[in-house]
Write a protein that binds this ligand. Sequence first.
Ligand code: ADP
Ligand code: MG
Length: 313
Amino acid sequence: EPEERPSFRAVLRELTEMMMKKSLSPPVPSTYQKRYLKKIMDLGEGHFGKVTLYKYDPTNDDTGELVAVKVLKQESGCVAEGLMKEIEILKSLDHINIVKYKGCCTEPGRTEVQLIMEYLPMGSLRDYLPKTKVSVCQCLMYAQQICQGMDYLHSKRYVHRDLAARNVLVENNSLVKIGDFGLTKHIPEGEIYYRVREDGDSPVFWYAIECLKESKFSFASDVWSFGVTLYEILTRCDNRQSPPTKFYEMMGEAQGQITTMIIIDLLMKNMRLPCPRDCPHEVRLLMEQCWHKDQAQRPSFENLIVRFEAIRR
Ligand code: ADP
Ligand code: MG
């Protein structure tokens, strides 16, 4: 019987072979070299960043992979720090409904930083929905996938703070992923809020009432923004029904500098976005719960997943 056991020498040989094989396969580059990035086209831009499609082709024979590369619109030391934060957060996340981090690209001696991520060919939900026929059932599937990504993000104690259709990317007609973690913040264990001091570019029409009033961001304020995103999905991101358009309609003439004050006023009077045309009744109720004045009354993403599963059955 002892003869049946492999000798130490045999084990050692096998292990060495395994290690050789591993080192022979090309390493996954996490630092990309800028000179091998060939520009294909612009993909889009938001408040802070600009995203471009490149082919990373170090062998220069067109066999390279397609990647989406994000840079900041204005280069400045302090903003670049923001992108480094985004890179660190994205690096630490691994979920099917969150865009995959691939690496970053920095040049020695320069402040410019590039975030390299997987390329999602259909762009954001804002690009995709207006030009595609999508059933209510599919809308609810996208909504549930967003909840799954958000539930994971919250389990890591991050608040997203910028959940909106423009920041959800489409892989294909049955898979969406959350992208853009530019405003994402970590909430330390035991605390429930993140408070902002600077509030320059705020997506006010997606913000929960407590964010507008007190700049307090929490897991529950992400749920509010999800409600607005759900509204956008069910209106198929039609510009004539967009959250800003609808809020401006509710506001009437008064707008400008005091927009935030007027929105707070509308929300305090319990005015909300209208019910999208083909939105099922139980989904409308769910949306309204996400927009509850009292944070404690809003559902969690965990709860939303269960509810979507039941509705879609
Ligand atoms: P910002 O922080 O400025 O809002 P985003 O990260 O939201 O920048 O990117 C801006 C736009 O670029 C998105 O709305 C989307 O249309 C497009 N985009 C971003 N990432 C990708 C990607 N990985 N694949 C395809 N398109 C993308
Ligand atoms: Mg964005």
